[in-house]
Design a protein around this ligand. Structure first.
Ligand SMILES: Nc1nc2c(ncn2[C@@H]2O[C@H](COP(=O)(O)OP(=O)(O)OP(=O)(O)O)[C@@H](O)[C@H]2O)c(=O)[nH]1
Ligand SMILES: [Mg+2]
Length: 432
């Protein structure tokens, strides 16, 4: 069973608190502030690891938490940073985070931070100013980012074999590579994608055999949608078409069915270069097979090579291997290039997008003499400080004033004595 989907919860470590401390020396009666900063919380990072085949390990474990950082200490000692938590994923894993950011893990060793550790709080030494020589406040560390992450493995293959069930796809893969997929005389023999490697003199090609597609596959019928995802990143498709289907269907109709499903799944799939393998040629008379091949060449035009193949007699298999090795651009090279220069890659999802944390705030009148102030930066400011500490509270008020919160309140009709709720905390603020 190929586990190609997983959902995990990641939590980065919290930052350490800043320290509130004053130097103590035998001969110095009142030492200066010497509280050190808290450390940075541990990040959660995904690492692309080619020793993994699929996402199986995430079926058993879904929660990953990085350690928090150490707090700052006296004598200006910084707290130690939280250690990085690494999570290994197989090449081909697409990552979508709770905040909408995406990563495409393609190249072994590739890394991506999916949850950032919280910043450490500053120790009281940092709050020293010309007018405040003995600050009695220090910041708290911020919590690390956390959320759910969807992992989706999309196999990395150069060539994809597509066709109706029973068309002979797995038989072809078994003949031209060392893979040993199950082959049987009934439809839906292949239940999950199988990879094989075609060894050329100078290059190797990875070929993906996917389960047979049926009408409606692009809409989810027969799990086709999932399977089609595994050929999304190939550079060449081999459409395997049974020359003489036992169910009496017409190859022309069967061909149209598969092509329509490819188009419906993703126009990029439909645009991939193709090869048509007319399979089971041993089951029809040689002159009929040749005639059929000519008819297909005429129908498809020059850009789709047409080959007669038989996995029973071996007819056309060398020609198929040669054609594949000649026409498929190398996936590995293309991928290495794509990781280096994401902008050149046609797959839109390669871009890493992380929405910037909002810095602004909004002021809202919630009733008579009542206001609410919201904003990410403001939430962080409050999270950093112990509001029961008068000096910390005065510091927060000063910051709110400098950020323009007080004047924005006044512009909205705020007067002394009004209630102001800021990031969930009720404040008594002094205008002016
Ligand atoms: N005579 C003959 N039989 C073939 C040939 N290729 C495949 N078959 C037979 O056709 C049947 C289906 O072959 P598979 O390779 O399993 O077909 P598939 O396309 O992988 O089928 P699904 O996995 O169900 O989609 C099996 O009984 C094979 O032995 C061929 O070239 N000649
Ligand atoms: Mg098969």
């Amino acid at each position: 069973m190929l586990y190609d989907k997983a959902r995990i919860y990641v939590q980065a470590g919290g930052g350490g608190d800043g320290c509130l401390s004053f130097r103590r020396e035998a001969h110095v009666p009142h030492g200066g502030p010497d509280g050190g900063d808290g450390g940075h919380g541990g990040d959660v990072m995904l690492v692309c690891d080619d020793s993994l085949r699929d996402l199986q390990s995430y079926k058993r474990r879904a929660h990953y938490k990085a350690k928090r950082a150490a707090h700052g200490e006296g004598a200006l000692r910084h707290g130690a940073d939280g250690p990085l938590l690494e999570i290994a994923v197989p090449p081909g894993t697409q990552v979508r985070s709770w905040d909408g950011s995406t990563h495409d893990m393609l190249v072994p060793g590739q890394r991506a931070v999916v949850a950032r550790g919280g910043a450490g709080g500053r120790g009281n030494k940092r709050f020293t100013t010309s007018t405040r020589q003995a600050p009695r406040l220090a910041e708290r560390g911020l919590p690390g980012e956390d959320g759910w992450i969807d992992l989706r493995l999309k196999l990395l293959a150069d060539v994809g074999l597509v066709g109706l069930p029973n068309a002979g796809k797995s038989s072809l893969l078994a003949r031209i590579t060392r893979a040993a997929p199950k082959v049987a005389a009934y439809p839906f023999t292949t239940l999950e994608p199988v990879l094989g490697t075609l060894e050329g003199a100078e290059r190797q090609l990875v070929i993906a055999d996917i389960p047979g597609l049926i009408e409606g596959a692009s809409g989810g019928a027969g799990l086709g949608h999932d399977f089609l995802a595994h050929v999304e990143r190939t550079r060449l498709l081999v459409h395997v078409l049974d020359l003489a289907p036992v169910d009496g269907t017409e190859p022309v109709d069967n061909h149209a069915t598969i092509e329509a499903e490819l188009r419906a799944h993703d126009p990029r799939l439909a645009a991939l270069p193709r090869l048509l393998a007319l399979s089971k040629s041993d089951l029809v008379a040689p002159e009929d097979a040749a005639q059929a091949a000519d008819a297909w060449r005429e129908r498809l035009g020059d850009h789709v090579p047409v080959l007669l193949t038989s996995s029973a007699t071996g007819e056309g298999l060398d020609a198929l291997a040669v054609a594949l090795l000649r026409s498929a651009p190398l996936q590995a090279q293309a991928q290495a290039a794509s990781a280096a220069a994401p902008a050149d890659v046609p797959l839109a999802e390669h871009r890493v997008f992380r929405p910037a944390a909002g810095k602004g705030f909004s002021v809202q009148r919630t009733g008579d003499g009542a206001f609410r102030v919201q904003g990410d930066g403001i939430t962080r400011l409050l999270a950093r400080h112990d509001l029961d500490n008068d000096e910390a509270l005065a510091h927060v008020e000063g910051r709110l004033r400098r950020m323009g919160v007080i004047s924005a309140l006044e512009a909205n009709g705020f007067q002394a004595g009004d209630d102001v709720e800021i990031a969930g905390v009720l404040f008594e603020l002094h205008p002016g």
